[in-house]
Design a protein around this ligand. Structure first.
Ligand code: BG6
Length: 473
């Protein structure tokens, strides 16, 4: 693995490529959702997105000028396998070869995610992640990619954010297939982690192609008090937010306490003993962590399980009001995730909590020892408009500065953190939020030919990296 600390930024295929029907690409479930679903409440699509498909060269030149040395990106599965399985689309592979060659030429170490949510529609129509066949199809797709790109790419990620994506798909119901059903959620979670393990097993059959990890959106859990009830709620929340992904990735099985708790309500018959061996063999080399916020929890009080989603940027949208307390998530019998009344929140109800970055890193070392960790995403989403041709995003600068400090604090204390990626490289499609919620270091003028304008944060990040590297010399 590389010695140099990686300072980069990240994107995902559906969110930035555009070219939704070019180069032989098949449909993804997001193409269909964004074109057809009434639940696509902001009525925009990723058809063009940031037009990265046609402009990656310019984007990489910009990153190089910004002194970044790594790019985290994902592959569009239906661009490579239009039907999800079967025939490979040579034009799709050629596109990614050219893109990877270009990033390397611009001094950017590729950090490749195989799957960042744009499931082939053909597989979604057969049940998507609820169908165990999708896990097998995914492993086949992974093998195609290892074979093709293994000579160029050394950092691989199986799946981006199993928890956030599947909870949105099957609990909040705001992502396709727009379901709210705990039983179906659990099956999809299981199959997704099995898919990740199968890819890791396949990876080991190739030589000299680097290391493979999973990316988890990790929410360090804080409690409202020190009572035994709150401690139990915190433990269960930690399992449900974090450990079912990270334990499975690092130890090869799900947390038993969580399984016991879930078995009180759900049918866990989909867990098969014969898969145990696959999970054990599919342990990964590193963890990628997307850190945005923490989970502030209290014991379960009342009501049905629920998960709120805010895709409008109207503060408090869809939250559940329980007297003075606003509830973001309720898991019946287990815990409630609430808003800290004294917390600082974005318009989309993400709490800004830099110290959680430090806790995440030290907690992971406590749980799994000296494993390599990358912070694969961290960033701030907000509305922005240029003023006199400039974007003065000083809130983002403050956000990044505070979070990177917490990362370096953990690193100084010996946590094996090897890289940091800002989300996102440039403005892109923020899923159901559309284009209003901007995360980029570079502004994209979506209404005027997707012109790029580096923001104040881009310059700040460039200078920060330069100073850091100078100090390391
Ligand atoms: C992560 C995802 O959940 O956070 C990204 O990996 C996503 O794809 C980012 O865009 C920010 O979330 P959102 O919903 O604000 O776009």
């Amino acid at each position: 693995m590389q010695d140099k600390f990686l300072w980069g930024s990240a994107t995902a295929s559906y969110q930035c490529e555009g070219a939704w029907d070019e180069g032989g690409k098949g449909l993804s479930m997001w193409d269909v959702f964004s074109h057809e679903s009434p639940l696509n409440i902001n009525h925009v699509t990723g058809d063009v997105a940031s037009d990265h498909y046609h402009r990656y060269e310019e984007d990489f030149a910009m990153m190089e000028a910004g002194r970044q040395n790594s790019y985290r990106f994902s592959l569009s599965w239906p661009r490579i396998l239009p039907e999800g399985t079967g025939e490979v689309n040579r034009a799709g592979l050629d596109f990614y070869h050219a893109m990877i060659d270009s990033m390397i030429a611009h001094g950017l170490e590729p950090n490749l995610t195989l799957y960042h949510w744009d499931l082939p529609q053909a597989l979604q129509e057969k049940g998507g992640w609820e169908n165990i066949e999708t896990a097998c199809a995914y492993a086949e797709f992974a093998k195609v990619c290892f074979r093709e790109f293994g000579g160029k790419v050394k950092i691989w990620v199986t799946i981006n954010e199993p928890k956030y994506s599947l909870f949105s798909m099957y609990a909040a119901g705001n992502y396709p297939p727009n379901v709210k059903d705990g039983q179906r959620l659990l099956v999809a979670c299981y199959n997704t982690m099995l898919a990740s393990a199968l890819a890791a097993i396949a990876f080991r059959t190739f030589e000299n192609i680097g290391q493979i990890g999973v990316v988890s959106d990790y929410d360090p859990v804080y409690g409202v008090d020190d009572s035994p009830e709150t401690k139990r709620a915190m433990r269960l929340a930690d399992h449900l937010f974090n450990n079912w992904v990270t334990d499975t990735a690092m130890k090869g099985w799900f947390p038993q306490e969580l399984l016991d708790e879930l078995a009180k309500t759900y049918d866990l018959g989909f867990i098969k003993e014969e898969h145990g061996e696959l999970f054990r063999r599919g342990v990964l080399d590193f963890l990628g962590i997307n850190y945005y916020s923490r989970a502030y929890v209290r014991p379960y009080v009342d009501g049905a399980s629920m998960l709120a989603s805010n895709n409008t940027g109207k503060k408090g949208e869809n939250l559940d009001d329980d007297g003075d307390i606003k509830r973001i998530m309720v898991v019946k019998g287990m815990f409630e995730k609430i808003m800290d009344p004294d917390g600082e929140f974005t318009d989309w109800d993400f709490e800004v909590y830099p110290e959680g970055m430090y806790l995440t890193l030290v907690e992971l070392r406590e749980k799994y020892g000296d494993i390599p960790i990358y912070i694969t995403e961290n960033g701030l989403g907000q509305r922005e408009e240029p003023e006199n041709g400039e974007i003065r995003d000083d809130l983002r600068v403050k956000f990044l500065d505070a979070h990177i400090r917490e990362l370096l604090r953990a690193k100084d204390e010996g946590v094996n953190v090897r890289g940091y990626y800002v989300w996102s490289t440039f403005d892109l499609y923020s899923w159901v939020n559309g284009y209003d919620k901007r995360y980029g270091l570079v502004y994209v003028d979506f209404d005027n030919g997707n012109e790029r304008i580096p923001k104040e944060s881009f310059h700040w990040y460039r200078d920060f990296i330069a100073r850091y590297e100078e100090e390391q010399r």
